[in-house]
Design a protein around this ligand. Structure first.
Ligand SMILES: Cc1ncc(COP(=O)(O)O)c(C=O)c1O
Length: 389
């Protein structure tokens, strides 16, 4: 099974051995009963198919999703979480050591930025956030105690592209792990493990599920790392419930067709915006004048459905644009079939101070767009009339 569409439909799934059910049953149960005490499995998270004990540790519907996630992100195993932030925090804590230093890029999702910039230092961990596209800054930032290097690519909401293979080499040369948030790209466009990453993270709320109707997260890594992450998940408690797991399994069946349509729509919309007189700048890795366009071409199979652009004018003008769209909706989040627009400064990146946002290239006039699968003419028509407003 090599094609993304075939994998989307069939990957990680099989007929239910008991009933032949084509789709995976929803095992909506908190616990599993036994008639013989000696059948009770040694209760460790990740023992999964050897026997289930309690759904915070493992659940058959969730385990099926985890197999599909591992297949798509090309790792040995996967772990599903109750949110992207649960996946990120649990994985970081599972990878931390006493006295550890964490090195990350500055362009991060607001929640991750808050964790690395504020929470970990408050708990006594040494963290540094450096300029995203300056590999030399990452090199200089490495310490003997660095145990985690953390990146996103493309970044939220600035769409900068980081050289994953190069950062993997740098992390491994000092014995650190490379964690990559692959939410913006989706596994259809990019597989960080193939480029040397140790753990891939997702807000499964986004492209994996694709329908803006649940919150979930995912981590994919080697079997050994996922076992460790699942032990942490068992005790931190951010496990995913079987019903959203089942919905993601359903959503993933159309992931390849959705994402290809989103790639094509985003490319066309980026080109339209870059020629518009009311637009100051467009950030989209598919545009030839994007500073890391060649790198994106090298490490991605598609440029993704996310873009952002700076409106010529005031914050109020940008607000007027987001209020004027009719096909698109003013809302946070991304990766669903519907086009969403938002201003990061007051929605997704409030954990960053105005000074940090300015340093990262997030002016108040920046509009982030999650491009959906609508007909392109409708989308361009909508953006044209909203810009005119
Ligand atoms: C790149 C990225 N990572 C992580 C998250 C957090 O995911 P969740 O909202 O599912 O917790 C988000 C949310 O928007 C995101 O955009």
């Amino acid at each position: 099974m090599t094609g993304d569409s075939t994998k989307s439909v069939h990957g990680g799934e099989r007929l239910d051995p008991q009933t032949g059910s084509l789709t995976v049953p929803i095992y909506e149960t908190s616990t599993f009963g036994f008639s013989k005490a000696e059948d009770v499995p040694v209760a460790v998270a990740g023992s999964g198919e050897k026997g289930y004990t309690y759904s915070r540790w493992d659940n058959p519907t969730v385990v099926t999703l985890e197999k599909k996630l591992a297949l798509f992100e090309r790792g040995g195993a996967g772990a599903a979480f109750s949110s992207g932030m649960a996946a990120i925090t649990t994985t970081i804590f599972a990878s931390l050591k006493k006295g550890a230093h964490v090195l990350a890029i500055r362009d991060l999702y607001g929640g991750t930025f808050g964790l690395l910039h504020d929470i970990l230092p408050e708990l006594g961990f040494d963290t540094d956030l450096v300029d995203t596209t300056d590999h030399g800054a990452l090199e200089r930032g490495m310490k003997k105690s660095t145990s985690i290097v953390y990146i996103e690519s493309p970044t939220n909401p600035t769409l900068k592209v980081v050289d994953i293979a190069n950062v993997a080499k740098l992390a491994h040369s000092s014995g650190a792990l490379l964690l990559v948030d692959n939410t913006f790209a989706s596994p259809i466009n990019q597989n960080p493990i193939d480029l040397g990453a140790d753990v891939v993270l997702h807000s499964a709320t986004k492209y994996l599920n694709g329908h803006a109707d649940l919150i979930a997260g995912a981590a994919v890594a080697s079997k050994g790392s996922i076992q460790k992450i699942k032990m942490m998940r068992r005790d931190f408690g951010g496990t995913l419930d079987p019903i959203p797991a089942w919905l993601i399994l359903r959503g993933m069946k159309t992931m390849a067709v959705r994402v290809r349509q989103q790639n094509a729509n985003a490319m066309a919309l980026a080109e339209f915006l870059s020629k518009h007189r009311k637009v100051e700048a467009v950030h989209y890795p598919g545009l030839r004048d994007h500073p890391q366009h060649l790198l994106a071409k090298k490490q991605m199979r598609g440029f993704g459905g996310m873009l952002s652009f700076v409106i010529k004018g005031t914050t109020r003008d940008a607000m007027r644009f987001t209020e004027s769209v009719k096909v698109a909706t003013l809302a946070a989040s991304l990766g669903g079939v519907e086009t969403l627009v938002s201003q990061p400064y007051n929605m997704t990146h409030t954990q960053m101070s105005a000074k940090e946002r300015a340093k990262t290239g997030i002016p108040d006039t920046l509009v982030r767009v999650s491009v959906g699968i609508e007909d392109l003419d409708d989308l361009i028509g909508d953006f044209r009339q909203a810009l005119a407003a």
